[in-house]
Ligand binder design. Structure first.
Ligand SMILES: N[C@@H](CCC(=O)N[C@@H](CS)C(=O)NCC(=O)O)C(=O)O
Length: 202
């Protein structure tokens, strides 16, 4: 399988964590992809021009991270990251949506911050940060239920919190959320998380 990626994408990190948790890391050939290259062949694999994009051994093109993670989860015989049915499944998917929502809002804040100073909208950033704060409060309310068997919900929440540390550390998400911080402290030490921690290229 080939994974088109950029090194600091939190959505790519979700896939890398799932690959490690399901034993698929060694089957992934990593293809660095320049999202700013106007001549990139990425749209040939993904019309949306986004990473992560997976090219399976059968030649299928899969995106986005949710689809790729569930695909990888179908390739192994261990405990599923995506519970197959019932309340456990909906909880995992809901937590995934919460984590992805934090990521979507955080990425928008980061991109807004990269615009020319005169073009930035403080109101837009405040709107996105409101989403992040509310979603963090919701996650904090579920901190006790994040432990135990690893699911896509925990993976996505972990990647979202890691991205906040990486790009929006000044907002100090841990304040007022000690139980969530404690869960993340433990979860981020998993080999899958430690090996994929984001860092800016040298
Ligand atoms: N919902 C998508 C989001 C993926 C995404 O936003 N990827 C960004 C990189 S972090 C991207 O490819 N951006 C390029 C673009 O939007 O043109 C997923 O879960 O994979």
């Amino acid at each position: 399988m080939k994974l088109r990626y950029t090194p600091t994408s939190p959505y790519v990190r979700k896939v890398m964590v799932c690959a490690a948790e399901t034993g698929a890391s060694g089957d992934l050939e990593l293809i660095p992809t320049d999202l700013l290259d106007a001549d990139s062949d990425l749209p040939g694999d993904n019309p949306l021009g986004m990473v992560p994009t997976l090219i399976t051994d059968d030649g299928d093109r899969l995106f986005d991270s949710r689809v790729i993670c569930e695909y990888l989860d179908g390739l192994h015989d261990g405990d599923r990251l995506y519970p197959s049915s019932g309340a456990a499944r909906w909880k995992a998917l809901r937590l995934q949506a919460l984590g992805d929502g934090i990521l979507d809002a955080a990425v928008l804040c980061v991109l807004e911050g990269r615009r020319e100073p005169g073009e930035r909208s403080a109101a837009f950033v405040a709107h996105q940060k409101g989403k992040i704060e509310r979603a963090l409060d919701a996650l904090a309310g579920e901190a006790a239920g994040l432990g135990g068997r690893v699911t896509i919900g925990a993976v996505t929440a972990g990647c979202a919190l890691g991205y906040l540390d990486f790009r929006l550390a000044e907002d100090r998400w841990r304040e007022r959320r000690p139980a969530l911080a404690a869960w993340y402290e433990t979860f981020s030490r998993r080999p899958s998380m430690a090996a994929s921690a984001p860092r800016d290229p040298a």
